[in-house]
Design a protein around this ligand. Structure first.
Ligand code: SIN
Length: 288
């Protein structure tokens, strides 16, 4: 069956059918997928049945995989997979992180080398709720007022992993997420990245800030920096930049973290049904 690529929305995303990712994807089909990934920023591969090994094998075609710094959230036996699940163990403790991303973010932007892309596979989805949405960060940059574009050219923003010192978010709920240890904080020092980055493949400019991980603007007065960041973050939430996705079991969603932000919608930890997703995360380059 030939591969088919159909847009998911006017803003970003495409559905790719005619490919079974549990089998080895030939070079021709892989090159079409890569082109679609660069064109649409987000791909949906519906109706997949993937073992962790198959998920990892397909993800590795895009680059080296990140082993997440929070070891306790990795899928046992498969450290390349981050397990996102609201399930409980028999002793009442959580099997993994239930809410990995309800604030807008680009995966691993708090690292020197943020992620190139993520491949999130729906193993079990709730009847209702637990949707995910993505924002087109090329369009976020392009629709900024010219004056703001001039103002942010050449500036860097500070990205931080530990939510406790993010002034825009409440402290993390430690019933659902572990506190960051001193050791983890030492592994993830704050980093600075350009507010306007250039996509290394398409050459297009991207607004590279997010509510979850960006906490300030480097070399700018705190008050002035906070006001500018507030303006950029509010702009990113414009519904015209966003695609909203209701998961179906077997969906593999793959997105480009270099030009999209995403978030889990609503109270994913409170859902009555199981929501279990497996994420493989491809390492990227230092943004410029
Ligand atoms: C993520 O941020 O990678 C996961 C998003 C989600 O749980 O919907």
């Amino acid at each position: 069956m030939a591969l088919s690529v159909k847009p998911l929305s006017d803003v970003l995303g495409a559905e790719v059918s005619g490919v079974d990712l549990s089998e080895s994807v030939d070079e021709g089909a892989f090159s079409e997928i890569l082109d679609a990934f660069h064109q649409y920023q987000l791909l949906r591969f519906p109706k997949q049945t993937l073992t962790p090994e198959q998920h990892i094998a397909f993800s590795r075609r895009f680059g080296d995989l990140e082993i997440h710094v929070c070891e306790q959230y990795l899928l046992p036996g498969h450290p390349e997979i981050l397990l996102l699940s609201n399930e409980l163990k028999q002793d009442g403790t959580r099997v993994s992180i239930a809410d990995g991303g309800s604030g807008w973010h680009s995966d691993l932007s708090y690292m020197e080398r943020p992620s190139l892309g993520s491949l999130l596979y729906a193993v079990q989805t709730p009847e209702k709720g637990g949707d995910t949405e993505w924002a087109n960060m090329y369009a976020a940059y392009e629709t900024l007022p010219d004056e703001t574009k001039k103002r942010i050219e050449g500036l860097k923003a500070i990205h931080q992993f530990d939510q406790r010192s993010n002034p825009r978010l409440p402290p993390p709920d430690l019933r659902y997420r572990d506190a960051h240890s001193d050791e983890l904080r030492a592994l993830t020092p704050d980093v600075q990245h350009p507010i306007v980055r250039t996509h290394p493949v398409t050459g297009r400019k991207v607004l590279f800030v997010s509510l979850r991980f960006t906490i300030g603007i480097a070399d700018m007065d705190d008050k002035e920096g906070a006001a500018l960041l507030d303006e950029l973050l509010a702009h990113q939430e414009n519904p015209e930049l966003i695609y909203h996705h209701q998961w179906k079991m077997g969906d593999l969603m793959m997105w480009d973290n270099r030009c999209t932000n995403h978030r889990a919608c609503g109270e994913v930890v409170q859902l009555p049904d199981v929501r279990r997703l497996h994420r493989a995360t491809v390492l990227g380059d230092v943004p410029y």
